[in-house]
Design a protein around this ligand. Sequence first.
Ligand code: COA
Length: 402
Amino acid sequence: MSGVGGVSGGPPRSVRISGWGSYVPERVLSNADLERIVDTSDEWIRTRTGIRERRVAAPHETTATLGAIAAKRALAVAGLEPDDIDVIVVATLTPDYPMPSTAALVKEAIGNDTAAAFDIGAACSGFVFGYATADSYVRSGLARHVLVIGAELLTRFLDFEDRGTCILFGDGAGAVVLSASDEAGGGMSGLEMTTDPDGAYMIWLPSGGSRSPSSSETTSRGEHFIRMEGRETYRYATRTLAASALKAVEKAGWSPDEIDLVIPHQANVRIIEAVAKGLKLPMDRFFVNIDKYGNTSAASVGIALDEAVAEGRVKPGDKIVFAAFGAGFTSGAIALEWTADPADGARAASVEPVASVRAPLDWNSVDPMPPRLAAVLDDPDGPQVPLDDVVPGEPAHAHSED
Ligand code: COA
């Protein structure tokens, strides 16, 4: 018997990462592309954020399909079958639908018949909060293997007329499998999580919830897009991220200079530099890949972990810190000791980057691509798109044929 509560034998001696994986869509959106959409410049974006490009999901992709590919890769690395997984946790702020959960769709896409599956909402801290949730199930003996996925398709929730937000975010997914181990030591030894509702409206998405259900009115006001107070969020992040990381490290009984690698949420390279200062650590102890993917919210720590392992930055016995912050405001940090063989990561190469979820039979779907974005992607070498011609809600592909 599998699933939550179906495990016999009681709590394990430790909870360890047994698999890891990520997936980013093929399509690259460069700063130069964005120069053709909003009034910005490559120089401004690079110097203020560290971002050079980000990825954009194809029209047939959804948050669940991105997450499922990362999940299949993590399973391959762990050497597990889909039905070995007892619980699937998806952290996302861009679910396929408000219901069912994206985790339910991922479960179907990876071919698991047994797991309990649910989403958690902690915005960009989602991977850390999801990891803590998964660790608790395994640590208590309620589950043996839990899949944690951070997956986001942010480009469909951005206002491509708002240069303060649309330059920051990208799409992708990262996953880990947490497994019960009979060996002592390793895994998470310090955890810190905070939520500060004073920041509730610093990053938010106004419509589509019980307070303001989606309607043509809310859509015409652009309330289906992410809004952000950049400066306030920046201030919060620089204050909180280092403090959270320090608390997790203290709880683990380590001193900051013992940390081998910090894998922070990738929101802004200047925020990461401020955290390095706060922890009095050199930047070479921080993993940074924001230049390639921008801010992928709940996916960012998982994607960064996968790349850090692939690049040889993580080895058994290393003291690793995950640290993230996000809307809520939330923040979280995990101090953990790495135990897996990095060479196992090569098994992910056998996983084709393909996943699909069933569509309802009576569904008359709209083109999901934001028109201003699609106009540039459809015509990568063309001049600046005549932006006034792009009608919100109308498929941009029609425009490119004009
Ligand atoms: N291109 C060019 N100029 C831009 C711009 C863009 N994409 N976005 C904003 N500007 C302009 C502003 O209009 C402003 O102009 P003004 O001085 O004439 O008014 C100027 O640049 C400075 O704006 P400001 O917002 O103070 O810039 P900043 O240095 O704070 O950088 C962010 C903006 C968004 C990069 C930064 O605040 C940030 O990273 N905040 C945290 C965001 C975050 O992490 N969010 C995710 C949380 S998980």
